[in-house]
Write a protein that binds this ligand. Structure first.
Ligand code: AGP
Length: 640
C-alpha cells in the first residue's frame, strides 16, 4: 500500500527521503516520487510558479525564493533515485510510494501532486470518497487537472485557499473532503514547515535533534529516531525543524508528546538471509518464545494476560467468541476459534473482518470479539473494530505492531512481540498469533471447566513449540525438494480435516501469494463432494494427516487421491503409517512425506503450518520470483 515519508531539518532531505521510501518498499507500490523544497529558507519572498510569497516562519532575512522540485517515476524507488538530479538539495521534502487506486500507475498519477500554481505539494495515503464531485467542481472553475487521482484535488483545494497560514489552508481543505487520508503538505509560501493530517490512515512523527521525520510506518524512520508520535484520527500537526504542534480540526492543541518505540534498526536488516521471508521463517523459534514470555502460570495451569483488562468474572460471562481478521490472520483466527472451543468449551468462530460490517452484524453483549492483525493497520479490520464498538460490544486485539491504530482502538489485547515483519507473506506473526490464541483459549478454559492438569498439559506443549519449530527448520533441504516437485504445477490442492483445515487454507494462501501457483484448500471430507473431479497426474495434493483421532479417515482420503493418479505430498507426525499408501490399488507410489514433531492435538496446527511456509518459499525461489514483494500485494492493506 501507499507509503509516506517526510523530512525537515538541517540535512539535505533528498537522500533521506529516498532511503525512507526504500524502507517502505516492502509494503507494495507501483510508482514513487519526491518533492523537495529548495532555497527560500527563512524568506519565502520570491514570486513566480512554485515560488514562495508569504512570510513563512516570520524571519525577516531575505534569501532566494522557495521552489519545489518534484521527481516521480513508475516502477522501483531505485529508478526514482536514478532520476533525481544530484544537485537536488533542500532541507524539507516529502516522498511517496503509490499503490494505484484512482487511475493507472503512470507518472502523472504518481505522488507528490501539486496545486495549479505549483505552490503546494501533497502526498496522500487513503481514498477521497467525494473526489469525483470535487474534480468536476475544480474543472468547472477552470482548474487544469494533471492526473486521474483523488489526491490532486487536495493540492488544489489547499492552493486555492486564501487563508494566511498553511495550517488554516489545510484545515479549510479538509472540511471539503470526505474519506480517509494521511497527508503531508509542502508550501513554498511557508517553506519552514510541513503540515500533516490523519484520518483513517496511519501517520507518525519522528523527533530528532533539530530535525523531524514524517512517515506512514515506523520502518521508514527508525534508523534516525525511536522517539515517535502516532497521530490520532482527526489530528493534524505543523512540523518545523525544531518542533511540532499537534492540533484538532477545531484548532485545539492536543499537546502530544513522543513515546519511545521498541524497534531497532537492525531488526529491519536481512541479516545474511536472501529474503525477509526466509529470515522471518527462521526467527520463529525466538518469536514463539517471546509471545509466551511472562504469560504462563505453571502452577495453576493457566495464562496471565493482563493486557486483556478483563478479570475472571468478566471472562466467564462471555458465552461466545467471535474472531475477526483478514487473509492469513483470518485463517489463524479459525485455528484460534478451534482452540477456544476445545479448551474452553464455548462456541467460537472466525469471520473475515472484510465482510463483517457489510452484513450489519448483530453485536451481542455476551460475545467476546477478538480482532487479529499483524500490522494493526488493516483498514477492514479497523472498520470491524469500529462496528463492534459502535454497537457497544467488547473487542480485544491480537496485534503485533505496538501503538498501531487497531491496538489503540481495542478495549484490551495481546501484543505478539514477534518483532517487525517485512515480507508481504506473513509467517512469524501468524505463528505468534496462533500461540496467543492458545494462551487465550487456556485462560478462557481455566476460568471455566478446564482442569489444572489439562492446563498444565497445554503449557507443556506450548513450551515445546520453539524447539520443535527449530527441528522442522533443520529439515529445510528436504522441504526444498518437496517444493521442487511442486514448482512446475499449474494448480494444487491442500486438504485438512477439522483442526487441519485452517492449516490447509493457510498453506494454500502462502503458496499462491509467493509462487503464483494456483492453490485451493478443502476440508478433506469435502473432496469426494466435488473437487475429486479435478484430481489428475497434473494436480498435486498436499494432505495434512496429523496423528489424531481422524488419522485413518485422512489416510483413506489420501488413498482416493492416489487411486486417481494424483501426486500426493503428506504432512504428518511420527508413527503415522504412510508407507502403505497406494498399496491398495496395486499402484507403486513414492509419496513425499514431511514428518512434523508431535505436540498436543490442540496445538498441532501451529507446527503443521511451518513446513508449508518453507515449501511456499522454496517453490517461489525455484521459480525465480520476487519473494518479498509478490505482484499486486501489499504488506498492510490500509485502504478498503
Ligand atoms: C499474509 O501472508 C497476507 N499477506 C495477508 O493475508 C495478511 O495476513 C492480511 O492482509 C492481514 O494483514 P494484517 O495481519 O496486517 O491485518
Amino acid at each position: 500500500m501507499c507509503g509516506i515519508v517526510g523530512y525537515i531539518g538541517t540535512q539535505n532531505s533528498t537522500p533521506l527521503l529516498i532511503e525512507g521510501l526504500m524502507r517502505l518498499e516492502y509494503r507494495g507500490y507501483d510508482s514513487a516520487g519526491v518533492a523537495v523544497m529548495t532555497a527560500g529558507k527563512g524568506s519565502g519572498q520570491g514570486s513566480g510558479k512554485g515560488s514562495g510569497r508569504g512570510s513563512g516562519q516570520g524571519s525577516d532575512k531575505v534569501s532566494e525564493p522557495a521552489e519545489i522540485t518534484t521527481v516521480r517515476r513508475v516502477g522501483r524507488v531505485r529508478d526514482l533515485a536514478a532520476a533525481v538530479p544530484k544537485r537536488l538539495n533542500g532541507t524539507a521534502g516529502i516522498g511517496h510510494t503509490r499503490w494505484a487506486t484512482h487511475g493507472p500507475a503512470t507518472e502523472p498519477n504518481a505522488h507528490p501532486h501539486a496545486s495549479a500554481d505549483g505552490r503546494i505539494s501533497v502526498v496522500h495515503n487513503g481514498i477521497i470518497d467525494n473526489a469525483t464531485v470535487l474534480r468536476a467542481r475544480l474543472e468547472q472553475d477552470g482548474v487544469p487537472l494533471a492526473s486521474d487521482t483523488d489526491t490532486e484535488v487536495i493540492a488544489h483545494l489547499i492552493g486555492r485557499s486564501s487563508a494566511d497560514t498553511l495550517e488554516a489552508a489545510v484545515l479549510e481543505a479538509l472540511t471539503k473532503i470526505e474519506g480517509t487520508y494521511a497527508i503531508a503538505v509542502l508550501d513554498t509560501a511557508h517553506p519552514d514547515r510541513i503540515v500533516v493530517a490523519r484520518n483513517g490512515s496511519p501517520l507518525i512523527l519522528g523527533v530528532g535533534a533539530k530535525e523531524m521525520f514524517i512517515a506512514s510506518d515506523v520502518s521508514a524512520l527508525v534508523r534516525h529516531t525511536t522517539s515517535v508520535i502516532h497521530l490520532h484520527d482527526g489530528e493534524l500537526a505543523s512540523v518545523t525543524a525544531t518542533g511540532y504542534r499537534t492540533f484538532t480540526r477545531d484548532s485545539d492543541d492536543t499537546g502530544r508528546v513522543p513515546v519511545e518505540i521498541d524497534v531497532e534498526a537492525g531488526d529491519l536488516e536481512l541479516a545474511g538471509y536472501a529474503h525477509y521471508m526466509a529470515k522471518e521463517i527462521h526467527e520463529q523459534p525466538d518469536a514463539a518464545a517471546a509471545v509466551m514470555r511472562g504469560r504462563i502460570d505453571e502452577r495453576f495451569g493457566t495464562a496471565r494476560l493482563d493486557g486483556l483488562n478483563l478479570g475472571p468474572r468478566e471472562l466467564r460471562a462471555f458465552r461466545r467468541v467471535k474472531i475477526l481478521g483478514c487473509g492469513s490472520a483470518y485463517y489463524v483466527g479459525q485455528m484460534g476459534a478451534a482452540m477456544i472451543e476445545e479448551l474452553a468449551r464455548i462456541p467460537a468462530d472466525a469471520e473475515p473482518a472484510s465482510e463483517f460490517r457489510y452484513r450489519n452484524p448483530i453485536i451481542e453483549p455476551d460475545t467476546l470479539y477478538v480482532v487479529v492483525s499483524q500490522s494493526g493497520e488493516t483498514a477492514d479490520t479497523a472498520f470491524a473494530v469500529a462496528e463492534v464498538k459502535r454497537k457497544g460490544g467488547t473487542v480485544l486485539g491480537v496485534v503485533n505492531v505496538v501503538g498501531s491504530t487497531i491496538a489503540r482502538e481495542v478495549d484490551g489485547g495481546i501484543y505478539l512481540h514477534a518483532g517487525p515483519e517485512v515480507a508481504v507473506a506473513s509467517t512469524k506473526a501468524l505463528t505468534t498469533m496462533a500461540i496467543a490464541f492458545a494462551l487465550l483459549a487456556l485462560l478462557l478454559g481455566r476460568v471455566r471447566d478446564l482442569s489444572v492438569a489439562d492446563g498444565q498439559r497445554i503449557i507443556a506443549g506450548l513450551r515445546r513449540i520453539p524447539e520443535q519449530i527449530r527441528e522442522i527448520l533443520a529439515g529445510e533441504a528436504a522441504l526444498a525438494d518437496v517444493a521442487k516437485s511442486l514448482a512446475e504445477a499449474q494448480s494444487c490442492f491442500f486438504i485438512g480435516r477439522v483442526r487441519g483445515y485452517p492449516v490447509a487454507r493457510e498453506g494454500a494462501q502462502k503458496l499462491k501469494e509467493v509462487s503464483y501457483i494456483h492453490a485451493e484448500a478443502y476440508q478433506t471430507s469435502e473432496l469426494k463432494h466435488g473437487p475429486l473431479a479435478l484430481i489428475s497426474p497434473e494436480m498435486p495434493t498436499i494432505a495434512l494427516i496429523p496423528d489424531d483421532e481422524l488419522t485413518d479417515r485422512n489416510l483413506a482420503a489420501a488413498e482416493q487421491v492416489l487411486a486417481r493418479r494424483g501426486p500426493l505430498v503428506v504432512i504428518t507426525n511420527p508413527g503415522v503409517d504412510v508407507a502403505g499408501l497406494g498399496a491398495q490399488g496395486g499402484v507403486e507410489h513414492v509419496v513425499p512425506t514431511v514428518v512434523v514433531p508431535k505436540n498436543e492435538p490442540e496445538l498441532d496446527p501451529i507446527l503443521l503450518t511451518i513446513p508449508l511456509q518453507v515449501i511456499a518459499y522454496h517453490a517461489a525461489l525455484n521459480r525465480g520470483l520476487d519473494i518479498d514483494k509478490p505482484r499486486n500485494l501489499a504488506k498492510s492493506v490500509t485502504v478498503e
